[in-house]
Design a protein around this ligand. Structure first.
Ligand code: CAA
Length: 262
């Protein structure tokens, strides 16, 4: 498919490569309209189905990862428009079904739906110019793509509540201190760092990577004992894989593992 609002490419060895999806509406600071979200969902699904892709990086421009859902496009919507078409759920939620790890490489503004999109990814690496916020309150609405749920899970109630009620932005240093991002890197190193992490993930066995993602995500869905039980069963199940034999044999015999993703 030819995309107009995103750009896609791959990097790394053919057998196990990283896919990079760049949001590409620079004049609108990557404001997320329906057409862009349709393209993003399509690209993510296609990369997820490609066995040679071991990790996906989602990024924007230097100035903006994404400045939110497209306000101009939403301005005249009424309740029936958003409810009947299941606005947001219809195409934004597709990212949750992606089993391949997705890293958000964020520079510049990640606001509103942009912050929510980054939080839907598995982890965020931020450039030192990144700014995060949920300014929807200033528009007479509230976050609508999971912000009121994922932000408190990431940074705790106090900061999430302050951000949702005042609309203030958090810079990269504060975001790292609060646990929203895994680390902050200089802007000119952002893609190198994200790609380094992505290719490291690609070098691991796919079943254990997918199991780790599922298990960590489970921590946000239920009770501690259910989560620990879920993890234990996945851990035990991985002993049925060839990759577990290979990984441990390689360690014992002091050689590099050659995972076959089986
Ligand atoms: N939707 C549509 N267009 C947007 C946009 C958005 N969310 N954010 C920026 N733009 C457009 C601007 O309208 C402007 O277009 P023109 O050049 O045609 O006027 C262009 O991008 C550049 O923006 P600015 O001139 O405003 O740039 P700036 O550097 O002065 O300010 C900014 C940057 C602080 C990010 C400011 O653009 C801003 O506040 N944007 C809106 C942020 C926002 O409210 N996001 C939440 C949206 S609602 C939402 O996301 C709902 C949800 O939860 C799903």
């Amino acid at each position: 498919m030819n995309y107009e609002l995103i750009v896609t490419r791959t990097e790394g060895p053919d057998a196990r490569k990283a896919a990079i999806v760049t949001l590409n509406r620079p004049k609108q600071l990557n404001a997320l309209n329906d057409a862009l979200m349709d393209e993003l969902g399509h690209a993510l699904k296609a990369f997820d189905a490609d066995e040679a892709v071991g990790c996906i990086i989602l990024t924007g421009s230097e100035k903006a990862f994404a400045a939110g859902a497209d306000i101009g496009a939403m301005a005249n919507y009424g309740f029936a428009d958003v409810y009947n078409r299941d606005y947001i759920t219809r195409n934004w939620e597709q990212i949750r079904g992606v089993r391949t790890p997705v890293i958000a490489a964020v520079s510049g503004f990640a606001l509103g739906g942009g912050c929510e999109l980054a939080m839907m990814c598995d982890f965020i690496i931020a450039a030192d110019n990144a700014k995060f916020g949920q300014p929807e309150i200033k528009l007479g609405i509230i976050p609508g793509a999971g912000g009121t749920q994922r932000l408190p899970r990431a940074v705790g109630k106090a900061k999430a509540m302050e951000m949702a009620l005042t609309g203030r932005m958090m810079d990269a240093v504060e975001a790292e201190r609060a646990g929203l991002v895994s680390r902050v890197v200089p802007l000119d190193k952002l893609m190198d760092e994200a790609l380094g992490a992505a290719l490291t993930i690609c070098s691991h066995g796919q079943p254990s990577v997918m199991a780790a993602k599922e298990a960590v995500n489970r921590a946000f869905e239920g009770t501690l004992s259910d989560g620990v039980m879920f993890e234990r069963r996945l851990f035990q199940a991985l002993f049925a894989t060839e990759d577990q034999k290979e990984g441990m044999d390689a360690f014992v015999n002091k050689r590099k593992p050659a995972f076959r993703n089986r």
